[in-house]
Every structure is written in C-alpha cells, then in structure tokens.
Unconditional design. Structure first.
Length: 225
C-alpha cells in the first residue's frame, strides 16, 4: 500500500490475560493515518484490506479505545439488492453513501442498534461487523466479546448518528480508522469469505460471498463462517 504524508502516532494497548489482574502489562502500538484516497477503490478490496486495521475511538484528550477490525461486509451500491442505495436510491439516510470515499455512514436499525460503515463512493460502503479489543477496554470486554457484532460494537464505543458524515480516515476526528505500523501482535491476514448476514430478502445477492473475517480471530460475530 502506498501512502503519503502519514501521521505517526504511538499509543499503549493492554492485552487481556487470564491472571485475574485488573492492570495487565502494557505494550506499545504505533499507527499511521491513511492518505485521503485510500478508500477510493474497489469496495471488495477495501473490505478485505480493512481486516487488521485499527478503529480508534477518542473519549477525551487522555483516553482512547483502540480495537482491531476483524470482520467486514461489502455493499456494492446501485446494483446490490442488499445495499441501501440499490437502484440509485437517494434519501436523507442514504445521501451520505454518495459522499467522498472515507466518509462515515452510521444508520439505525430495529429501533435499537447503530451500524458503522466506511463509504467507498458511488453509493457503496463497507460495514464494520466485528472488532478485537486492544487498549482502553475492561477485562470483561475481552471475555464477553462486547465488540463482536455491528450493533454491539457501536453500543460499546458509543457510536451513533452524530458521527454520520464525518471523515473516518482523519485522525483529527473522535472516531477514525488507522493503519498499524507494527503488526507483531496482530492476527495473520488469512481470512474467511461467506454470505452476508441478515439479508435473506435480497434474492441471489443474499448468497454473494461479501462477508470477510480474519480466520484466527476469536472475536468474529455470529453466525460462524
């Protein structure tokens, strides 16, 4: 991946251990911002490349919640019956899907859950389905897999429609995606591919293998691949 004008950042992450200690040992994670047009590519490629990247949630100037993206789904715009913008549909909700690649798209479903997406342009987007907690989280987040599912991760990270339309590739935002500089602690990039979840009414598109998940991750959402 080619990148320019990258902003280097260093944080500390706290891997959970089974010692029962409330203060696990710390390690250092370094990450960089992406160049502006990183998401202006084929949506399937972006969905796969997001695996292993970091999602950073700034709570305030001193506290960050940092997690690793372990599962995504690609939604292919006007020609995808499972996509909100299918057929070129533009509504107040879907308008953001036609904004610049890298834009954040947050929508509300079932009257109770928010879902986080990265727009890739032309009505297409990638849904973030599951995360692995790295730093800033309590031990229960590791044990209970509180980030394993699109609604669960938004609830735990306090992601709502206030983030809709923001720039997910800008480290100046309170929510952004970043590229890890050092990946020794991250999982290998081999990934599963399978049908997307919860789109049975989308006809043949319900069977398209556009759901991707890191093979070795214990934090994948249900159902299993």
């Amino acid at each position: 991946m080619q990148q320019s004008k990258r902003t280097g950042l260093t944080i500390r992450w706290q891997p959970w251990t089974r010692t029962g200690s409330s203060s696990p040992p710390q390690s250092v994670v370094k990450f960089c911002s992406f160049k502006e047009n990183w998401a202006a590519r084929d949506t399937i490629e972006v969905a796969q490349d997001l695996l292993g990247k970091l999602l950073v949630r700034k709570l305030d100037s001193q506290n960050l919640l940092v997690s690793q993206i372990v599962e995504t789904e690609a939604y292919l715009g006007v020609e995808d019956p499972a996509c909100h913008s299918f057929g070129g549909r533009k509504t107040p909700r879907t308008q953001v899907m036609f904004e610049n690649p890298g834009t954040c798209y947050v929508y509300f479903i079932y009257g109770m859950y928010h879902c986080l997406n990265l727009v890739t342009g032309n009505g297409e987007a990638v849904l973030i389905r599951a995360l692995a907690p790295l730093t800033g989280f309590a031990s229960d987040d590791f044990k209970n897999k509180s980030l394993s599912g699109p609604g669960k991760l938004c609830r735990r990270l306090a992601i709502d429609k206030n983030f809709n339309g923001s720039n997910l590739l800008s480290t100046k935002e309170d929510l952004f995606i970043a590229d890890p500089q050092e990946t020794e602690h991250l999982l290998h990039k081999d990934f599963h591919a399978g049908p997307r979840v919860g789109i049975d009414s989308a006809g043949d598109a319900a069977h398209w293998p556009l759901r991707f998940g890191l093979k070795d991750s214990p934090y994948l959402s249900r159902p299993k691949f």
